[in-house]
Design a binder for this molecule. Sequence first.
Ligand code: SF4
Length: 181
Amino acid sequence: MGKAKLATTSLCGCFGCHMSFLDIDERILQLVELVEFDRSPINDIKEIRNPVDIGLIEGGCANEQNVRVLHEFREHCKVLVSVGDCAINGGVPAMRNSIPLKECYEEAYLNGPTVDNPSGKIPDDPEIPLLLNKVQPCHEIVKVDYYLPGCPPPADAIWEAVSALLENREPSLPYTLLKYD
Ligand code: SF4
């Protein structure tokens, strides 16, 4: 039997959840014996193309590109896991949700105390993904199968979740591995 396939991505996240994933330290050697990585920042593959057993999503959806990537993961992954508070509830980026989008743009590009923008224009290149009005958690856009809370979730929690799913058992996360901040 071939190796299982694993894909990971960061949507609107800070890569802290991926750093926590790397904190599994020497267990990464075990992991590469068990899985083949598809799209992931770990191998810098930028598109998910093949059917994948497990998809780990860091970050919520702040723009149209995040939404597209999330749909691609849902389409390709048998099991989809929201990893970390940004994926689960929008996290820090969702703090903008109470502020109108126009005001966010104006603060970022025109009025903020550190802004240096002599053109006085808000960037609108078509290559820049359009922001959504609100940052949304992943489960509001696609079906999510498992949730790993924490900012970030501890490496041991990520390891337990991935190993359990590879062994076709339910992850067992004791209280000590559950973080809510
Ligand atoms: S949950 Fe925390 S560590 Fe993970 S992407 Fe969000 S801010 Fe970063």
